[in-house]
Design a protein around this ligand. Structure first.
Ligand code: MG
Length: 253
């Protein structure tokens, strides 16, 4: 893993815009959550998200990104990330659906993801969603100015594996600011001595992707969708985070 040598450094004025981008991202995800029920297609979710983001004065950053056709990534069940919204993917009772959503507001980016239940889901799937979310919060306990970024990455991996799940390695979090993806890479695994030093007034997107079974993934033929090789479910939890000398601020919660 090439981490990138340092985090970005944002001015106070830029941080104000990052916070606004984060709020819109959060609100859009909360809105999408209210629409998730059996019978809705992921393309319908995509259309609602696009309208919500534009009505909020921002733009969906995923749309057209390296040719991506949607405003959200919608990844059901064994799909890890980057699912292309489709009228043919209709949510059904018992599914889990990962929604990843990014906005750009006055030139600054917000990025967040959640895995939602569709109707009533199995205990196994709800535990997967919980552990994935908790791994983020375990990780940020170790995100401190002057420490190695790897301390956080290691904590996420340790928590996930202790709970009997695995961490995806092919995809990682990232710096975020004027661009959605900036250095450094922010893996969800590694050693405490890995990675750049954490510095203040930096923003990163931390996004554990957790598989119920083995960590290995395939890329689908559409060039986007990533699925587990063993066909078992996967969950995703992401927030854009601001690091200050006083601690961590989660901009998309
Ligand atoms: Mg991201």
């Amino acid at each position: 893993m090439i981490w990138g040598h340092k985090l970005n450094k944002l001015t106070p004025a830029e941080i104000v815009l990052m916070k606004k981008a984060g709020q819109i991202t959060r609100d859009a995800l909360k809105f999408i959550e209210t629409l998730i029920k059996p019978g809705i297609s992921t393309l319908e979710l995509d259309k609602f998200a696009k309208k919500f983001i534009i009505d909020s004065g921002a733009m969906p950053s995923f749309l057209g990104y390296e040719g991506f056709p949607g405003s959200i990534c919608a990844s059901p069940n064994e799909m890890v990330v980057h699912g292309i919204p489709s009228e043919n993917i209709i949510l059904k009772e018992g599914d889990i659906i990962s929604i990843d959503l990014g906005v750009i507001y006055k030139g600054y980016n917000g990025d967040a993801a959640r895995t939602f239940p569709v109707g009533k889901i199995s205990d196994e799937n709800s535990r997967l969603i919980e552990v994935t979310k908790n791994s983020f919060f375990e990780g940020i306990k170790h995100l401190k100015v002057g420490h190695r970024l790897g301390e956080m990455s290691h904590a996420i991996q340790e928590y996930v594996e202790k709970n009997g799940y695995s961490v995806v390695r092919e995809l990682v979090g990232h710096g975020i600011g004027k661009k959605m993806h900036e250095p450094p890479n922010v893996p969800n695994y590694g050693k405490v001595t890995d990675g750049p030093l954490v510095t203040e007034n930096a923003c990163i997107a931390i996004e554990p992707m957790v598989n119920m079974g083995k960590r290995n993934v395939w890329l689908l033929e559409d060039g986007w969708g990533v699925v587990t090789q063993d066909g078992k479910p996967s969950a995703h939890y992401e927030n854009t985070v601001l690091i200050t000398k006083d601690g961590i601020e989660i901009l998309t919660l």
